[in-house]
Design a protein around this ligand. Structure first.
Ligand code: PGA
Length: 273
């Protein structure tokens, strides 16, 4: 089965949920979605570091993949305050979120730093979820496409095509994220996903580059989720606030899944006549 035959749906809980909150959330989400065939959906949750040990026990991996919000590129050393790939491997997380807008724009991470993290994540067998996106200023200058290409070309510069088979990308325009964010409309998001896919194909070839999942994130809500998921280049959704209650997340999952399946069916008919 090709990677893009299934939908990718996940949430990063940022710095909001305690251990107790995270465990409750995961248990509830796993229960609510247990009946959904995981061949059709990749569901993932990325909570705070301090919760990961308990989170790992709260929901089976076959139902919900678990991710870390950040990771140091070194295995060990004099890096006070950092968490290494070995430590995350010990817990058993699947995904490493790299370069979220808040890491880049609040904590000052650069594309060169993200590049080292992507390589380290792949070396240790994790799925790197590389987040990219332009700021409003860059958008106003008309350089959004260039920015996305730069973030991809530097962030993924050290990896082989074979390694690229394990990469996921999230397109999250900085201006769309969080309480003050303006969600990107589906046409704009689809166009940028097209730029991202073309860049990935130019880097890794059609077969591998074209099969890298590209998720949209930034003020996804139950209404715009329906429009976004119908778009050709959008393979999934990376959701913040609207997914932090398990019932709400389950609601979005159930409403987008049939639309995604219809889209895949349409694409299949178009391809095979
Ligand atoms: P939001 O967060 O959906 O609350 O805007 C998205 C994100 O930061 O990934």
């Amino acid at each position: 089965m090709k990677r893009l035959d299934k939908i990718y749906l996940g949430t990063n809980t940022k710095m909001y949920k305690t251990i107790k909150d995270t465990v409750e959330f995961l248990e509830k989400l796993a229960g609510l979605t247990a009946d959904i065939d995981r061949n059709l959906m990749e569901l993932f949750v990325i909570p705070s570091f301090t919760t990961l040990y308990h989170a790992k026990k709260a929901a089976p991996e076959r139902l919900i993949k678990l991710g870390a919000q950040n990771m140091c590129w070194e295995d060990e050393g004099q890096f006070t305050g950092e968490i290494s790939p070995i430590m995350l491997k010990e817990i058993g997380v699947n995904i490493i979120e790299i370069g979220h807008s808040e890491r880049r724009h609040v904590m000052g991470e650069t594309d060169e730093i993200e590049k080292k993290k992507v390589s380290a994540a792949l070396r240790h067998g994790f799925i790197p979820l590389l987040c990219i996106g332009e700021t409003m200023e860059q958008k106003n200058y008309g350089i959004s496409d260039e920015i996305l290409r730069i973030q991809l070309k530097i962030g993924l510069s050290e990896i082989t095509a074979d390694q690229a088979k394990n990469v996921w990308i999230a397109y999250e325009p900085v201006w769309a994220i969080g309480v003050n964010g303006i969600p990107a409309d589906e046409g704009y998001a689809n166009e940028k996903h097209g730029v991202i896919k073309d860049t990935l194909i130019s880097m890794f070839g059609r077969e591998i580059g074209g099969d890298i999942p590209v998720l949209y994130g930034g003020s996804v809500n139950p209404q715009n989720a329906l429009k976004l998921i119908k778009e050709e280049n959008i393979d999934g959704l990376f959701i913040g606030r609207s997914a932090w209650q398990a019932e709400n997340f389950n609601g979005i999952i159930r409403s987008v899944l049939p639309l995604f399946m219809e889209k895949k069916k349409r694409e299949g008919v178009e391809k095979h006549g």
